[in-house]
Design a protein around this ligand. Structure first.
Ligand code: KG4
Ligand code: ZN
Length: 355
């Protein structure tokens, strides 16, 4: 079973071929970072235009790298949402036309479910129930996953995503874009205990997360201590701020993850999404898992940020269960990943139907 995955939800144009749900034959990612750097963040209009230019060569390369032709494919899986509307449209329209022209099934995949599959794709021993922390530039959620394909949202950020907090902090500190990797690099030479940034308290007692207060605390700290944004040279003071800020974001994530892991007693822990590239986060999560004696799984670096192999893997799972999308499949900016365990109803809600 050969599935072509297509991903274009944000600023990566990606295509991949996965065999039998677990064997990655190819994975091509065109990152648009260079086109957005000058603007200090992703510009949706530029992203959509670049996807349009790149999607065809990226898909062709994915087929070539996998050493197959389009005629060998059994299905096309595409990210339906969440993401930027113009970006999503390009992938969805391309996938629809591609699947239709080949007469093969089309499957709409939730991008966040894709991140879960970025881990299970490479780690077949992942046992369920699992607790999955999905943390990236656009989303920060914790899902309780009783079995593959079922998701219960048990914690979410009330405001900014953790990756977004890194991106905004890096901008304020004059470090550039994308913020996560730059903050991580600066933090390596900084003292994480120098400044105490607060961890948000959620007043209704739910195990939710919040990162916008941290951003405000950073603005206040910079103003009160007359910290000027870096201008080329990164000072020790900025490195200390970066390390302390990173520590506070990780503390916020781990607080909810630990509480829920204790309550729900999963058999595995999963950490995925772009921010899962962060080694300090990996260390903190691994230390937590060790303490709780629960196995923990991360995606490899290549699969941590947005890619299409995870979409092809999730698509393969749905293909086997008989999920299909019609040509009316539409990009859905706010697509949620939450189901009651009623897979039939969930498939329908997502625009896929069951054969
Ligand atoms: O999953 P992803 O590629 O795209 C979304 O679905 O959002 O995640 C991108 C996010 C960005 O906010 C980026 O700053 C963050 O992941 N990120 C990191 C690191 N590498 C990427 N955050 C912290 N540390 C990193 N090393
Ligand atoms: Zn993502």
């Amino acid at each position: 079973m050969l599935v072509l995955g297509i991903e274009s939800s944000c600023d990566e144009t990606a295509a991949a071929v996965v065999r039998n749900g677990s064997e990655m034959l190819s994975s091509v990612i065109h990152s648009q970072i260079e086109s957005h750097t000058a603007w200090g963040g992703v510009v949706p209009e530029i992203a959509a235009r670049e996807h349009l230019v790149k999607i065809e060569p990226v898909v062709k390369k994915a087929l070539k790298d996998a050493n197959i032709t389009a005629a060998d494919l059994d299905a096309v899986a595409v990210t339906q949402g969440p993401g930027l509307i113009g970006s999503l449209h390009v992938g969805v329209c391309y996938a629809k036309a591609f699947a239709y022209s080949l007469g093969i099934p089309l499957i709409g995949v939730n991008h966040i479910e894709g991140h879960v599959f970025s881990v299970t794709l490479e780690n077949p021993p992942v046992e369920f129930p699992a607790l999955a922390l999905i943390v990236s530039g656009g989303h920060t959620n914790i899902f309780y996953t009783p079995e593959m394909g079922k998701y219960q949202l048990v914690s979410r950020t009330r405001d900014d995503a953790a990756g977004e907090a890194f991106d905004k902090a890096a901008k304020m500190l004059g470090l550039g874009y994308p913020g996560g990797p730059i903050i991580e690099k600066a933090a390596l030479e900084g003292d994480a205990k120098k400044i105490h940034f607060p961890t948000a308290k959620i007043s209704d007692g739910r195990p939710d997360m919040s990162f916008s207060g941290l951003k405000t605390a950073l603005v206040r700290y910079m103003r009160e201590n007359s910290v000027a944004p870096a201008n080329g040279e990164v000072s020790q003071e900025i490195k200390d701020i970066a390390a302390s800020f990173q520590r506070a974001v990780i503390r916020g994530l781990m607080k909810s993850f630990e509480k829920l892991a204790g309550e729900l007693q999963p058999k595995s822990l999963i950490v995925a999404g772009g921010v899962a590239c962060n080694l300090a986060l990996r260390d903190a999560a691994a230390e937590l898992a060790d303490r709780l004696r629960i196995p923990i799984y991360f995606p490899s670096k290549h699969l941590s940020t947005d890619n299409a192999a995870m979409i092809a893997a999730a698509g393969s799972f749905h293909l086997e269960r008989g999920d299909r999308a019609g040509l009316e499949l539409a990009a859905d900016v706010t697509l949620r990943l939450q189901n009651s365990g009623n897979a039939e109803a969930e498939a329908g809600r997502r625009g896929n139907y069951r054969r």
